[in-house]
Design a protein around this ligand. Structure first.
Ligand code: T1G
Length: 689
């Protein structure tokens, strides 16, 4: 409780005014905080005994930005611009004391101060682009001044924060302080006063505003951000910092911000921001359920997935043991891990020392007994029930009493695997996505017997490994793969009815996916798809024919597409077209031209329909969970908010009409709108309601 208002406190420390904000959990700059800051600064300004001001935050972080929950609501004065104008008008030095993550409007506020000090662990950044926005409180005009437009553009278009050391080197912060932050900031302010240092404002620094290299940097940074409005707006705003006077650039930034914040893309990305945080919450989890500490892990299997999972542990600083059946396979797995790290080092994404440190956390063994000391064991062996059950029976014998036992299966019944042990309450699925050290999504599959402690431990571990954990129930393919199977069925149908692989992929890529379904299957391997269908007694006329013709995908240089040696660029293949035409003829189908709109509908609506069934069955808890799964695991464009969010934008009544149309035409009853969908449409509601 502050003395200015509930969130803001002002105290004087022998001539230094200390304005402290306390708005847990992340000191978002909500209205009350802004009003309190302005009032606190005014009082400090008008108090002659005050020679300087320190702005600090209580709790775990300096301001983590504007309050995202206020977006879309009528603006309340004072705005953040008013707070910043108050700071810049101060005739006494204002020092920002940074810790945790000074992000967005919080970093912009700090850039308006005369000086910034930080603890060594602090990070600063402008992540607005991740919300479909651009920095709207002067960040695009102030940041380019101390570090130059090119570097500023990189921070703004990637949205990635930098550490205190880098910020100091760039002249963004003035000092990294030791000990208690506010005390150190007060001491720093005293020195500024004593040495009569100038009231220098970042806005007045013009020296580095050169256009050199800017255009190339902009092109490189935005190349992979097709379809998004925010990155282009960021480029325009930072360019303005080079070509326009400060106030002009600021005005233009505000116009761009207002346009983006009211736009569909930012609304969709803000939906995903909150849905990701909601997804980590398990509604029926009792307060008492606490995650168990995880100080070491073990991974069974050194294949592509096993190696990637082990890298996640090492990247999070957790020692991990990889267990493989034989030395050769083990060495192959460890070599693949080292090669992955070397690639990251060569791209400047990791220091060589840090690579060594992480490799040092990974131990390879061929004795399963080594799992005895692990707090968590993740099985990543061949996707075959018998093999997995044997591994879990062994783990039941060898693993510590309350170790978490997880399977990385992507489709199989977790309860059936758990029944191979005498401790099914400790068993669950931790479904990573390939490449496991890169993909953010983690489906946590809750078994019928899984205990809350085990679940809480898996969710907390998932976040610690830098993943987006989403808890789902047991069914074939869980959430993501179960919906994906609907898309695969439609892909086959579209190919038989008249489309070609490059047409389907072009439509899906234009919709915003990084890759189309045919190229994705070529990456995963048509032989993998064949084995799964064989296991389930299913057939896919075209894909089976391609498999039998040796088209396994990228691994054989031909799948749905042809790949030149050493290239991953899909090239249309006449042999594939012949196989497809032959398939249509064999089932007596007259091929017809199929347009992009129909392709997109059939690549999305059947999946959404399956999503509705998944919600009905309680396999997924919230529509937002499904959105997070598709955005962070299957390439659904974040600026379209995920399949269920997208469905609400289209309107569920319209969806029902289109699905009914496709169900009638294909005589596939599974395309009929799911009961939940029909009910919501009839009530004029959406999934979000
Ligand atoms: N506004 C409102 N709520 C926020 C928030 C924010 N900026 N940031 C976090 N929360 C909530 C979050 O929903 C969760 O709530 C709780 O705080 C803990 O968050 C003008 C326009 C700071 C790195 O984009 O990246 O400034 O689920 O679980 O893992 O230019 O939160 O507990 O109910 O994520 O420790 C720019 C967003 C805003 C930063 C901490 N700032 N936040 O991560 O905790 S736009 C951002 C984060 C802006 C200006 C513009 C992270 C974090 P609940 P958490 P965490």
């Amino acid at each position: 409780m502050g003395n200015i208002n509930a969130s803001v406190d002002l105290r004087r420390d022998d001539g230094i005014a200390v304005v402290t904000v306390d708005n847990p959990p992340v000191n978002a700059l909500k209205h009350e905080v802004r009003a309190g800051l302005v009032e606190g600064l005014r009082q400090a300004r008008d108090d002659d005994a005050v020679k300087a001001v320190v702005i600090a935050c209580a709790g775990r972080t300096f301001f983590a930005g504007a309050d995202i929950t206020e977006f879309g609501k009528p603006p309340q004065a004072p705005g953040l611009h008013d707070v910043i104008a108050t700071i810049e008008a101060m005739q006494k030095p204002v020092v920002a004391a940074l810790h945790g993550t000074a992000l967005g409007g919080g970093f912009e506020l700090a850039l308006a101060c005369h000086y910034r000090v930080a603890v060594a662990g602090a990070r600063v950044g402008l992540p607005e682009v991740k919300l479909g926005l651009l920095p709207g409180a002067g960040g695009t005009q102030r940041l380019p001044r101390p570090i130059g437009p090119e570097k500023a553009l990189k921070m703004i278009v990637t949205g990635e924060p930098i550490g205190a050391a880098a910020a100091l080197a760039d002249g963004i912060i003035d000092e990294i302080v030791e000990g208690e932050l506010t005390t150190a900031a007060i001491a720093f302010a005293r020195r500024v006063v004593a040495e009569e240092r100038p009231l220098k404002l970042v806005r007045d620094r013009e020296g580095k505003l050169s256009a050199e290299g800017f255009a190339d940097a902009a092109e490189t940074l935005t190349r992979r951000l097709r379809g998004r409005d925010a990155p282009a707006a960021c480029v325009e705003a930072v360019r303005n910092a080079i070509i326009l006077p400060f106030e002009e650039g600021l005005k233009r930034e505000a116009e761009l911000f207002r346009k983006l914040v009211a736009g569909d893309q930012s609304k969709a990305q803000r939906h995903i921001f909150f849905a990701e945080r909601e997804a980590a919450k398990v509604p029926d989890m009792p307060e008492a359920a606490k995650p168990r500490p995880v100080t070491s892990g073990a991974v069974i299997g050194a294949g592509t997935m096993g190696g990637g999972i082990a890298m996640c542990f090492a990247n999070a600083g957790i020692p991990v043991t990889i267990v493989e059946t034989g030395r050769d396979l083990l060495q192959k797995g460890l070599d693949r891990v080292a090669a992955n790290y070397r690639t990251t080092v060569s791209r400047g994404g990791l220091g060589a020392d840090e690579m060594e440190r992480r490799m040092g956390l990974i131990t390879g063994v061929t004795e399963l007994e080594a799992v005895a000391s692990a707090d968590v064991v993740i099985e990543a062996v061949f996707e075959e029930m018998g093999i997995k059950q044997r591994v879990f029976a062994d783990l039941d014998r060898l693993a510590r009493a309350n170790a978490l036992l997880a399977t990385n299966t992507s489709t199989l019944d977790v309860d059936e695997i758990a029944r191979a042990t005498a401790r099914p309450q400790e068993v669950l699925g931790m479904h990573f996505f390939s490449p496991a050290n890169v993909m953010r999504l983690l489906e946590i599959v809750r078994g019928a017997e899984t205990s809350f402690d085990a679940l809480a431990t898996a969710v907390a571990l998932g976040r610690r490994l830098g993943k987006v954990p989403v808890t789902v129930g047991v069914c074939y393919g869980f959430v993501g793969n179960r919906m994906l199977a609907r898309r695969s069925v439609e892909t086959e149908r579209l190919l038989l009815e008249g489309a070609l692989p490059h047409e389907i992929d072009a439509a899906v890529v234009a919709f915003g996916f990084p890759m189309g379904p045919c190229a994705m299957m070529d990456l995963a391997g048509l032989d993998v798809g064949w084995r799964i269908r064989q296991g389930r007694g299913e057939r896919a006329l075209i894909e089976d024919a391609l498999y039998q013709a040796g088209h396994y995908g990228q691994k054989t240089g031909k799948g749905y597409f042809r790949y030149d040696a050493g290239s991953r660029t899909p090239v249309p293949d006449a042999e594939v077209e012949a196989i497809i035409l032959e398939g249509s003829a064999r089932i007596g189908l007259n091929r017809r031209p199929i347009g992009e709109e129909e392709i997109v509908e059939r690549m999305t609506l059947p999946m959404i329909n399956e999503g509705a069934r998944i919600l009905e069955e309680g396999i997924a808890t919230r529509p937002g969970d499904i959105d997070v799964i598709w955005v962070s695991g299957y390439g659904w464009p974040v600026w379209r908010g995920g399949p269920m969010y997208y469905a609400d934008r289209l309107g569920l009544a319209h969806l029902c009409d289109r699905l009914t149309y496709y169900a009638d035409r294909s005589r596939d009853v599974t395309l009929r709108p799911a009961p939940l969908l029909q009910r919501l449409a009839a009530e004029g509601r959406g999934f979000a309601s």
